[in-house]
Design a protein around this ligand. Structure first.
Ligand code: IDC
Length: 416
């Protein structure tokens, strides 16, 4: 645009043109004074043409030659063609989609038509991962309730719908503690019935919405699953008989063995509970917890349980469990073990402390790399870092972004 870029050629042409115009005016008017003033006008016109500040006035002249005037040829960048900035800053990189592209968008789909279960059907285990009814790899991405006895209100249709439609969730885990507060094995009969009704509600909402649903026998302070093995067998006999035909129900038979419970003990418990489930449901996915709060998947990888459609649980809390536990997961996967992260948090293992975004991101890239399914702990407004809802928010569905905790916001952004 600067004058320095202008070559002599356009100036010469313009000069010639100006002379022609002068002669034309002279012939027309025959008046000397007009010639003088016309000379001045021409100078101005020439200047305008050179600087390109008034291209319209000189249209006629410019049509006679290729448009070489730099000012015309090099327009300012057109801001209207630039990509608009997103109005909400993206704090997380988009999730790398490893799913087959056949999965339709979930929003505004009729129930069970285009929904996760409606599109993918009953899952199986193949190699290290889940596959859908067509044999394509499928990754579960979801959220776990807190203990059903503590926070029953979040088990409702609208909540599940929001998780599916707005948070891109395809599985909900129903966590039923066995020993803690009103646990299934420590509370009374009424309490057991209440818990079974909640599970039934949860399974039905999930089924109506075409979501997968995990029924989680949430052992924790009862560190050895054999402690309540009879109750577990009775429970899973009833549950599997009831839901065998649903196709979207997944059984998690021991959340987190701990307190030194060895893999051998877990395996013998698992074999018995699996037999009970298989007497009713021949194909449903069964998740088995592993030693040390479901961290020792590498041990399970060397001594697998017989049977089909069995997944092994790996749990992590990003600020506590780092490279050492990630290496266990990598080892197990490299040995071909089908692993599911049926529970994780991005704070420390107490469920509190700060969020460790860096470690969380390392974990999630690893899960993405191997297409490992993941389920975040927990859907509640408890005043703890791992709860997904702000503690001051008493709603039980229909959350706005600001009503989510930092952990909740992180999940929603990550799982977009
Ligand atoms: C925690 C809950 C907390 C509850 C406690 C009960 O977040 O509100 O009081 O259990 O003992 C797990 C467990 C899971 C824990 C969670 C966080 O599976 O039950 O929830 N955690 O401590 N394993 C590792 C961490």
């Amino acid at each position: 645009m600067s004058g320095g870029k202008i070559s002599g050629k356009p100036v010469n042409i313009l000069k010639k043109t100006a002379v022609l115009v002068l002669i034309f005016i002279f012939i027309l008017t025959g008046c000397k004074s007009t010639i003088e003033s016309g000379g001045i006008e021409e100078k101005e016109t020439t200047t305008m043409t050179i600087t390109g500040q008034d291209t319209e006035k000189n249209n006629e002249k410019e049509t006679t030659e290729p448009v070489t005037t730099p000012a015309v040829q090099k327009p300012e960048p057109d801001i209207t063609t630039q990509k608009p900035e997103p109005s909400v800053p993206q704090t997380n990189p988009p999730v790398q989609q490893t799913e087959p592209v056949t999965e339709p968008p979930l929003q505004n789909q009729p129930q069970n038509n285009g929904t996760p279960f409606g599109s993918h059907g009953t899952l199986s285990v193949s190699g290290t991962r889940l596959t859908d009814q067509y044999g394509a790899g499928y990754t579960l991405r979801g959220i776990s309730t807190h203990g059903l006895s503590w926070f029953p209100d979040y088990v409702n249709y609208e909540m599940f719908k929001q998780m599916r439609d707005e948070w891109n969730v395809n599985v909900v885990r129903l966590a039923m503690y066995t020993a803690e507060y009103n646990g299934y094995c420590t509370g009374d009969r009424n309490n057991q019935e209440k818990l079974k009704r909640l599970i039934d509600d949860g399974v039905n909402y999930a089924s109506q919405l075409g979501l997968y649903v995990i029924i989680d026998w949430h052992i924790l302070s009862d560190s050895n699953p054999n402690m309540y093995k009879n109750e577990s067998m009775e429970f899973f006999r009833e549950i599997s008989a009831k839901y065998a035909g649903y196709g979207n129900v997944i059984y998690e038979i021991c959340n987190e063995p701990n307190g030194g419970t060895g893999w051998g003990e877990i395996k013998s418990y698992a074999q018995d509970v699996i037999n009970v489930i298989r007497s009713n449901d021949r194909k449903g996915i069964i998740i088995v917890g592993t030693p040390t709060w479901s961290q020792d998947v590498d041990i399970a990888a060397d001594d697998r349980i017989n049977g089909e459609n069995i997944m092994y649980a790996m749990h992590f809390y990003a600020d506590t469990h780092r490279d050492y536990i990630r290496d266990k997961l990598i080892n197990a996967l490299n040995k071909g073990l089908p692993v599911i992260v049926s529970e994780f948090g991005i704070c420390d293992a107490s469920g509190n402390g700060g969020i460790n975004y860096d470690e969380a991101s390392k974990w999630m890239s690893l899960l993405n790399q191997y297409s490992v399914s993941y389920i975040m702990w927990n859907l509640s407004n408890k005043s703890e870092t791992c709860a997904m809802v702000q503690s001051w928010c008493s709603k039980s569905a229909g959350f706005s972004y600001d009503e989510l905790s930092e952990a909740g916001k992180w999940f929603v952004n990550f799982n977009k």
